[in-house]
Design a protein around this ligand. Structure first.
Ligand code: C2E
Ligand code: MG
Ligand code: MG
Length: 578
């Protein structure tokens, strides 16, 4: 037979040359199939034969094939199992045609479900049927490959997408493990991209992303991979001789290039980029671990003021984990009532009377025992936890005050409550306060709110309005930790606050440090000249008390008189004192 001439050809065109693996345990059946293939393809087919399952896997590992012809029965194993194995990788298309001895629907369904593209009944086999089936399978393979390629690209920027990135990262890890190499994963996040999107619209945002992709391509020639992971997040895989030095240089270059302003829609847009870097294998040996490390490093660089890069730092991760743990515990503490208020008397030394008490929160931690606010208020401030805690404090401080005012010696003793910055800016603050007042029935005349000087001066213009509202509710306002922030006198005059609380740090060294003595005196004088009441915090000794009194300050809070106390101890203490 002249195979060459007999070969089935499409009109006017040579059939493409194909490499085929025929898996067939019956030699006669193999020879028959080989004949048909030669008849159809002539010398344009390169046929490999595997007579069993294991031999097939061996050949597959050594060569790449365009098409697989697999017999349904393979001794102990089935062709279905083999088909499943070689079609299991979602990102590689393997065209499989199953050959069966039987023609029934069950086999048909089983074949398709296993990933085969077609199945042919051996008895019906001939050259043209085989050629046709192969042609369709190859066509389908090409289409599927195109779809996979599309599914791995970001249509907006043309960069690889997250799917492709993950794949490339897995491959890179395998390769680096084999060759004992290090490489870097850089995670980039544009700074202020959200603002561009929000103020100039999504099409401008899209244009900016395209420009960013172009700049990345230009800056990073020869780099292993650049991908857009989503939103304004990009990632890079790069290998260097010196991974530390190389990645730092690249990060610096990127920060420089990406911070150059672009003109879009007649706007000069200037965004920067924050970069996190993770190194294989130090910072992770799996794609997930490396990306997580790069992500933490990126978060660190955002926190470090944007427009910078940071390497993964396990201590930072530990800190974040601890913060998260503390926040979870605080949530539980709010829900299960683990907080308690202590009260510290504020004394008018001239009249020897307790005029009010500062409510100071304590946490009865189930394992750690009594925990002071220094250990958790700052963390609670970082998320909205402080709002829940603050609400609890308002209700309980007011409620307890109503309680103690029922005692004859305490009828006029008011309560002063600390408000953190977050609480102070809370839109619902006024509603929360009025609700707490309504619920407890405390007369607003007896309420003081303490706001630290730092909080007040951070945003002094916005704050006046808020202070005025609180003041108009009849509440008394005090500036806490006075002397530690940078008050402007102009504001101090305009703020409707009645009281300044001189920070403890000035008082504590008053006996040994002349500067502190002078400053304390100056602060007291300043307060008085502004017509404010002045309370000195942290008085611990008789000497400190006399000095402060000499300066003309008679309102005192401090251990010299009393430490903060639980409610009942406090009530008993005041009864005795007043
Ligand atoms: P602060 O408002 O300046 O409260 C005064 C702090 O000084 C209290 O510490 C008090 O125990 C301490 N203190 C008073 N007199 C003396 C003294 O003579 N010597 C010494 N060494 N310390 C004295 P505490 O209770 O640990 O509270 C620390 C800070 O935590 C408070 O400072 C306040 O800023 C914050 N805080 C306390 N309770 C709350 C609360 O309910 N809400 C908010 N947002 N913050 C609170
Ligand atoms: Mg205070
Ligand atoms: Mg204070």
């Amino acid at each position: 037979m002249n195979v060459k001439n007999n070969a089935l050809k499409e009109e006017g065109s040579e059939l493409p040359s194909i490499r085929l693996l025929l898996v067939e345990d019956d030699e006669d059946d193999y020879i028959l199939a080989e004949d048909y293939l030669k008849e159809a393809y002539g010398s344009n087919v390169d046929i490999f034969w595997a007579s069993n399952f294991d031999k097939a896997l061996e050949l597959i590992a050594q060569h790449s094939f365009d098409i697989f012809l697999i017999d349904y029965m393979l001794g102990e194993k089935t062709g279905i199992e083999l088909t499943r194995t070689i079609t299991s990788n979602t990102f590689v298309v393997n065209a499989v045609i199953l050959l069966t001895g039987l023609d029934n629907r069950e086999v048909d369904i089983e074949a398709t479900q296993s990933g085969a593209m077609d199945y042919l009944v051996k008895q019906e086999l001939n050259a043209s049927l085989l050629e046709r089936s192969i042609r369709y399978a190859l066509k389908r393979k090409r289409i599927e490959e195109k779809l996979i390629a599309l599914a791995q690209h970001d249509p907006l920027t043309g960069l690889a997408n997250r799917t492709k990135f993950n794949l490339a990262l897995s491959e890179k890890i395998q390769q680096a493990r084999r060759d004992n190499h290090q490489f870097a994963v850089l995670l980039l996040d544009l700074d202020n991209f959200k603002d561009v999107n929000d103020t100039l619209g999504h099409s401008t945002g899209d244009a900016l992303l395209k420009i960013t992709a172009k700049r990345l391509n230009e800056t990073l020639r020869g780099i292993d991979m650049i991908a857009r992971l989503g939103g304004d997040e990009f990632s890079i895989i790069a290998q260097f001789n010196h991974v530390g030095q190389g990645s730092a240089q690249i990060a610096e270059r990127l920060i420089r290039e990406l911070s150059i302003a672009v003109e879009l829609d007649y706007h000069q847009i200037k965004t920067g980029v924050s970069i996190g870097i993770a190194i294989y294998p130090h910072d992770g040996v799996t794609p997930e671990a490396l990306l997580k490390s790069a992500d933490l490093a990126m978060y660190k660089s955002k926190r470090g003021g944007r427009g910078t890069y940071r390497y993964y730092d396990p201590e930072f991760e530990l800190e974040l984990t601890q913060t998260k743990k503390l926040q979870d515990e605080l949530q539980l503490a709010v829900e299960s009532n683990q907080f308690e208020l202590y009260f510290q008397p504020i004394i008018d030394t001239e009249h020897k009377k307790v005029i009010k008490a500062e409510a100071l929160i304590r946490w009865n931690h189930p394992q750690r025992g009594l925990v002071g606010p220094a250990e958790f208020i700052e963390t609670a401030e970082k998320n909205s936890m402080i709002l829940a805690i603050g609400k609890w404090v308002l209700h309980n401080a007011f409620g307890h005050c109503v309680e103690w005012q029922k005692q004859p010696q305490l009828t006029d003793v008011g309560v002063t409550v600390n408000l953190s910055a977050h609480q102070f800016y809370d839109e619902d603050l006024i509603a929360k306060i009025t609700k707490a007042i309504a619920k407890t029935g405390l007369d607003e005349r007896h309420i003081t709110l303490e706001i630290t000087e730092t909080t007040l001066m951070e945003n002094a213009d916005d704050i006046i309005e808020r202070l005025n509202t609180l003041h108009s509710l009849g509440l008394d306002l005090a500036i806490d930790d006075f002397g530690t922030g940078y008050s402007s006198l102009a504001y101090l005059k305009r703020f409707p606050v009645s009281t300044l609380k001189v920070d403890r740090s000035f008082v504590s060294d008053i006996e040994v440090d002349d500067d502190d003595k002078v400053i304390t005196q100056a602060i007291i004088n300043l307060g008085q000249s502004l017509n404010k009441k002045v309370i000195a915090e942290g008085i611990e000794s008789q000497q400190q008390l006399s000095t402060i009194n000499e300066f003309g300050c008679t309102h005192i809070q401090g251990y010299y008189y009393a430490k903060p106390m639980p409610l009942n101890t406090f009530i008993a203490w005041v009864k005795d004192f007043n």
